[in-house]
Design a protein around this ligand. Structure first.
Ligand SMILES: Cc1cc2nc3c(=O)[nH]c(=O)nc-3n(C[C@H](O)[C@H](O)[C@H](O)COP(=O)(O)OP(=O)(O)OC[C@H]3O[C@@H](n4cnc5c(N)ncnc54)[C@H](O)[C@@H]3O)c2cc1C
Length: 433
């Protein structure tokens, strides 16, 4: 099978599906390539690993800085329209709470001012307000006390696999062709002046190819390992374990916890694994029909870097947290919800990526026909619609229309010097995941 297109999008996850929608709406002839979600994570190859294979991602408009606040606010403003146009529901508006140490009040002030500019409504709450409003919730002890920032509207969680489904449905409705398969090579045919993409179709059969004038690579955290980039490119992007515990709840407990917003705690103390930063999502119904509350860490030392393809594959295939990770997540859950009596506890292991700028890469790689959009930095889901729009604009070489300069997002390739073991983004405060 051979196809031609104006643009090939490699990766049909959160960024790729949104970009494919915007590209096809701009009138480009699009082929978007990505494997279907594997039925069992344990058998996934590296290109099958997606950060959207789940039921919940925190959604809020208040950002740790102006970039994240603006992409998240712009995307959230479009959720209901995407749901209505696609017929796929994905957003639950249960509110989002950030519990922040008072010692960060200067940063909190800057966040709130940026939020105000974007029209974000935030309720500021003391520890006593929080106890009254959410009696089941206990805030972790932080030096100097805490403040709660509650967004009741336009915040809560989204179901990432449903959002991807919605975006792909809209892309296809605008003429995009979705090829289920894995890209195995990408190279520029200099004589023809076009890109040649080879892929293994998901349903088997002989390898296929697509030639296109432009390529947008949106292959997620393992982009450096999954053959989605042309050789010898390697992005300066580091990959880490993302361990989660899922607490199954039912009965009265489910009813009590259902009223909670999503919660992120931000502790600035550099106390290693004793740092009290984490995120928690109230009970969500999973495909097995059960309800699970989910907790994950920030970037404490228990979160390990996955330096090689083998490390990433082993971590994902085992789906087992380390004893230290399980102990940390259990301790944080007991701190936040001391009354929790789960019916069962499950582990879930995925990966997150980090770029030195803490922003996604949205830009060209040495040639204006090759664009990348990767680097969600552990919180790219909620802003993925705007990130996809910016990626589509870049791929088509259209004018950049975002408040921060386009160069801020220029991809950098692997630094010659090995990065320090614990660069600043692995030090608290870790920001709003
Ligand atoms: C456990 C966890 C919790 C998170 N929590 C939050 C949260 O609360 N809020 C939030 O906003 N974000 C959150 N995130 C981050 C968010 O999910 C990611 O930032 C987002 O999914 C990134 O989108 P992406 O398109 O870059 O990658 P993905 O969504 O992973 O998509 C990449 C796609 O590319 C495909 N691909 C890779 N290689 C190839 C190839 N060779 N050929 C074809 N296709 C290929 C993959 O199969 C995948 O489908 C979380 C992530 C994890 C793992």
């Amino acid at each position: 099978m051979h196809k031609n297109a104006d643009v090939v999008v490699i990766g049909a996850g959160m960024f790729g599906s949104a970009a494919a929608k915007y590209l096809s709406r701009a009138g480009a002839d699009i082929v978007v390539v990505g494997p279907p979600e594997p039925t069992r994570p344990a058998v996934a190859g590296l290109a099958d690993i997606g950060a959207y294979h789940d039921e919940s991602r925190i959604a809020r408009c208040l950002g740790w800085d102006r970039f994240w606040g603006t992409v998240d606010t712009r995307s959230t403003a479009r959720y209901r329209e995407i749901e209505a146009e696609s017929g796929v529901g994905f957003f639950r508006e249960c509110g989002a709470l950030a519990v922040i140490s008072l010692s960060l009040r200067q940063h909190t002030g800057a966040m709130l001012r940026a939020g105000e500019d974007d029209g974000v409504a935030v309720e500021r709450m003391s520890a006593a307000d929080l106890r009254r409003t959410f009696p089941v919730l206990h805030v972790p002890p932080m030096a100097g006390g805490i403040e709660g920032l509650l967004e009741r509207r336009n915040a809560g969680y989204l179901a990432p696999r449903q959002l991807v489904r919605a975006q792909l449905r809209l892309a296809v409705a605008s003429g995009a062709r979705l090829l289920r398969g894995t890209v195995t090579s990408l190279r520029r045919d200099e004589r023809a002046g076009r890109w040649r993409v080879r892929l293994e179709p998901a349903e088997g059969g002989s390898p296929a190819s697509v030639t296109a004038e432009r390529v947008l690579v949106a292959a997620g955290s393992l982009v450096n390992h999954s053959r989605a980039l042309p050789l010898p490119h390697q992005l300066d992007l580091r990959v880490f374990t993302e361990p989660n515990l899922l607490f199954e709840v039912g009965g009265d407990q489910l009813r009590q916890l259902e009223g909670l917003p999503t919660i992120v705690t931000i502790d600035p103390e550099d106390t290693g694994n004793d740092n009290h930063s984490a995120y928690l999502i109230p009970p969500v119904r999973y495909p097995d029909g059960r309800w699970y509350l989910r907790i994950g860490p920030a970037m404490q030392p228990i979160v390990h870097e996955l330096r090689t393809a083998q490390d990433a594959h082993r971590w994902h295939a085992r789906q087992r947290t380390t004893p230290e990770q399980a102990a940390f997540l259990t301790r944080m859950t007991r701190t936040l919800l001391p009354g929790l009596e789960p019916l069962r506890i499950r582990e879930a292991c995925c990966v997150v990526d980090k770029t030195p700028s803490r922003y996604p890469y949205i830009g060209h790689l040495d040639d204006r026909t090759l664009t990348v959009a990767v680097g969600g930095n552990g919180h790219g889901a909620r802003g993925s619609d705007e990130i996809g729009r910016l990626a589509a604009t870049t791929a088509l070489n259209q004018p950049w229309d975002f408040p921060l300069p386009q160069q801020t997002f220029t991809p950098t390739t692997t630094a010659a010097d090995a990065p320090p073991d614990r660069p600043d983004y692995l030090r608290p405060p870790f920001g709003l995941c």
